[in-house]
Write a protein that binds this ligand. Sequence first.
Ligand SMILES: *[C@@H]1O[C@H](CO)[C@@H](O)[C@H](O)[C@H]1NC(C)=O
Ligand SMILES: *[C@@H]1O[C@H](CO)[C@@H](O)[C@H](O)[C@H]1NC(C)=O
Ligand SMILES: *[C@@H]1O[C@H](CO)[C@@H](O)[C@H](O)[C@H]1NC(C)=O
Length: 423
Amino acid sequence: MIMNLCGVRKCKDIFRKNKWTLLIIVWTWVIVSLHLHYFLKNNNKNISRVDESEIHETVKIYEDKIVPEGKVKTYEELMSVKSYDVLLNSYMRGGSTLSGIVLGFRDDVFYLYEPLWKVARWVYWKDNSTICRSDKFKCLPVDAGDTVKDHGFYSNKGSIKGSLVMAQKILRKFYDCQFNDFERQVLETNIAVKLGGPSWRNIRLCMKHGHQEKLCLHKYAPRMCKNATHRVSKVLRLGTGLLGPMLEERKNLKAFHLFRDPRAIINSRINTKWYPSGSKDAILSNAQGLCDRMLSDFREGQKLLQKYPDRFKFLFYEDMVDEPFEKVKAIYRFVGMDLDEKLYPTVKELPVFTADKDQSEREKNSAFWWRKSLEWDVVKGMDTLCKDVYKELGYKSIQSFNDFRNLSISSVDLSRTYMLDIR
Ligand SMILES: *[C@@H]1O[C@H](CO)[C@@H](O)[C@H](O)[C@H]1NC(C)=O
Ligand SMILES: *[C@@H]1O[C@H](CO)[C@@H](O)[C@H](O)[C@H]1NC(C)=O
Ligand SMILES: *[C@@H]1O[C@H](CO)[C@@H](O)[C@H](O)[C@H]1NC(C)=O
């Protein structure tokens, strides 16, 4: 080939002349590639260091993305969560009022107190095909879209009948700040307006000036709701498993499930005027229903903890009121709320935060006061009905009456895993 392109002599010349050029080219190539290799290696290290955390974040977000209906959100949509809305799930007399005040009585929050009160006063949906009484141990199968046929099942005079689908729609509309049909399905002056805290201030004032409730609601609620950094609601009528689809659907929602010693809850129910407790048998049926529900909520909640570790959390009342101020801040941190104390003046005034010597024994020891008042018979009865819940949640059955009344003997041994991290 070469022979054809150049004559033998001519070719020799070319090689001689270019020997040095060739050598230079080869050396340059070696040096450049060595540098390049070094540069890329180091740069890769930096890139992968940055990427690792980014990918971790992204993957965490994308893991949530397996939406059954094929509603896949874009990366931009997923990344656009600026602040979180909050759902607090619990039980009647479960310490939810206090926790609701902690989360809801803030100037940057719009708070809705018990949105499902009107559709399900004495019942709750355990899962998407079961409805249960919340004052006794009794459940019925019911389709998500249907209301209960058994008329004795709802003993809620004056309230409307609703299905699970309706209940979920009420919550969805609230987090979207839509208040159409709110008067009929949700609004109850003595509940939402009176107990809703600072969010409802304008509406209460408007009503005080003699205006119609409906007018005041529509004048202020949508604006207050949209302007708030966080929307918070306290819900007592859904099994924890039912929060799964809501967390799936709303990337800016975080949820808590609040537990409390079932013996404390039962004691509080017995001592609450409006709560129907009745005979000892009725009390134990109530306890059985409660413990059954708690066990199911604990198991469903564990699935949510797996799936949404950053957006779902168990709270324990006994943990919360032990060092309350620090625990409250941990709750705020979890949902990304501002820690500036000016935003929650009411919360700071709560008896649990003020170590006042004028406080009654009961106020000083709100988590364990029940041990001074609950009857021993009921305690023994509950030990049998609730032993599985005690075991899972860390509540202890107490052997003798004397030990029961002696508050220096502990009745809880909560798992560290579920305690609030106060740093
Ligand atoms: C109801 O719940 C079951 C079990 O959790 C689930 O497999 C099913 O898809 C749910 N149905 C609806 C309509 O959400
Ligand atoms: C909207 O929220 C901001 C900050 O939270 C507050 O300063 C402002 O007064 C609010 N406006 C209305 C109309 O509520
Ligand atoms: C209460 O329990 C503590 C710890 O076991 C014990 O030291 C104390 O004597 C008990 N008090 C009464 C009144 O039994």
